[in-house]
Design a protein around this ligand. Structure first.
Ligand code: COA
Length: 150
């Protein structure tokens, strides 16, 4: 993966709008870049962006704010690989854990996070606006520091 730039936002936004039920706006991506969050894209050798991920470091931990894979590239291991790379980046920064919030209906993402070692640590009832009312947010976390190393 490489760092996302403002020039990537058009392509990233097109993927986001195609794959997310409640997509981020252009402004959300611009803000993430301007705030210095870890914004990464996965690119093919020919230069096409296939996926992206955004991690916000804060107070010794990091929140995964967004991750997306282009529809035609899904289910090939890219989401898992990008998630692992973001976690390694957090680990290299000595962060204690990565956490995230996910819609309770997002079966694919929840399965990905579980299989990558995230566990559910909480539920925010009715946190998200959904198509038919509100929807729960599930908070999941992955601890980066074992007892042996701090
Ligand atoms: C979630 C997402 C990033 C996964 O990316 P991906 O590249 O397709 O995922 P992978 O191929 O690495 O799959 C890893 C694991 O996730 C789970 N998974 C992925 N897609 C799934 C699906 N449609 N249904 C059930 N489980 C799924 C599986 O456990 C899978 O492992 P397996 O293929 O060995 O069974 C992708 O589906 C996506 O972009 N979704 C829309 C955006 C989104 O919801 N982002 C998360 C919230 S911000």
């Amino acid at each position: 993966m490489r760092a996302m730039t403002q020039d990537d936002v058009d392509v990233v936004l097109a993927i986001e709008q195609a794959v997310q039920r409640f997509p981020w706006t252009r402004g959300n991506f611009a803000d993430a870049l301007n705030s210095g969050y870890l914004c990464r894209v996965d690119e093919t050798e020919s230069g096409g962006i296939r996926g992206y991920a955004i991690l916000m470091p804060a107070a010794g931990e990091a929140e995964l704010l967004n991750i997306g894979v282009a529809a035609a590239q899904q289910r090939k291991g890219l989401g898992r690989a990008m998630l692992a790379e973001m976690v390694e980046t957090a680990r290299a920064k000595q962060l204690r854990r990565v956490f995230l919030e996910v819609r309770s209906s997002n079966i694919a993402a929840i399965a990905l996070y579980r299989s990558a070692g995230y566990s559910e640590i909480g539920v925010r009832r009715g946190y998200y606006q959904g198509a038919n009312g509100s929807e729960d947010a599930i908070t999941m976390a992955c601890e980066l520091m074992g007892e042996s190393n701090g």
